[in-house]
Design a protein around this ligand. Sequence first.
Ligand code: C2E
Ligand code: MG
Ligand code: MG
Length: 267
Amino acid sequence: MNQSALYVVSTPVASTSLQSDLGRALERDQFELHYQPLYRVDQGRPYIAGVEALLRWRSAGQLVPPLAFIPTLEATGQIVPVGEWVLQRACRQVRDWQLAGQGQLHCSVNVSSLQLEQVGFAASVRRVLQACGLPSASLILEITESQWVSDSAQVKACLDELVSMGVRLALDDFGTGYSALSCLLRFPLSILKVDRSFVSGQPQSGKLHAICRAIIGLGCELGFEVVAEGVEEAVHLDFIVGQGCHYAQGYLLSRPLPPTELQRLFN
Ligand code: C2E
Ligand code: MG
Ligand code: MG
């Protein structure tokens, strides 16, 4: 079934009723995670190396996509408990898949800058990993470039603590925010995700190709692993592979899927 058909058309306007419905969504167990595979593409035949957990809200029988409600969760601070739920659920799911035979599978989880600013965030990640038995090296935390504003000593210490535990950090949507290249040096990143606007934009656009090529080259030169997001067509895949990109994610390979559907791709 095409999951995207279930989505409601919605705006990010935070009406009072949206806020109050969202406020109860966690206790009502209305959140669910879909998973989109990340394929390793630089070692011959592409294979699933990891999955990214993507949050959905089931409201009045319909599946609401994250961009319609995450800004409200951010504005109300609820992204902190919801983000903790996402982390727990995703780590447990990936650990189950590892034990079922996908031993090397990585788990990517999006985190809000608000979560990183919470005192004790790194300790809470450690607790989640211990509770579900997921090796820290299996966890990748994705931080969206456009959100990355805080340069405080506390956030820096939190990121350093996560990395010392063995967790890896990815800079998501690279190229859409401030593109502050100093971020690439200042923070202990190991993965760069090229925003899909540069990957699946107009295929004939020489300028987009140039930017995509430059970002992949920059990431590789800096020793990062590079992921191309938004790989929708075979030409996109050919292009990024030709540039030395390590991983690909996108509708060509798979849309985000509920766990039962995703696991069929393992075999
Ligand atoms: P993201 O982390 O960059 O996730 C990738 C988004 O691109 C997903 O949208 C995915 O469905 C979409 N996508 C993947 N491949 C393609 C493709 O080939 N073409 C196109 N057009 N789109 C593709 P989704 O699931 O709607 O998520 C949107 C954003 O919401 C995410 O972007 C992430 O920033 C945020 N988000 C999702 N789950 C969470 C979460 O648990 N916590 C936080 N803080 N943010 C989340
Ligand atoms: Mg992401
Ligand atoms: Mg992204």
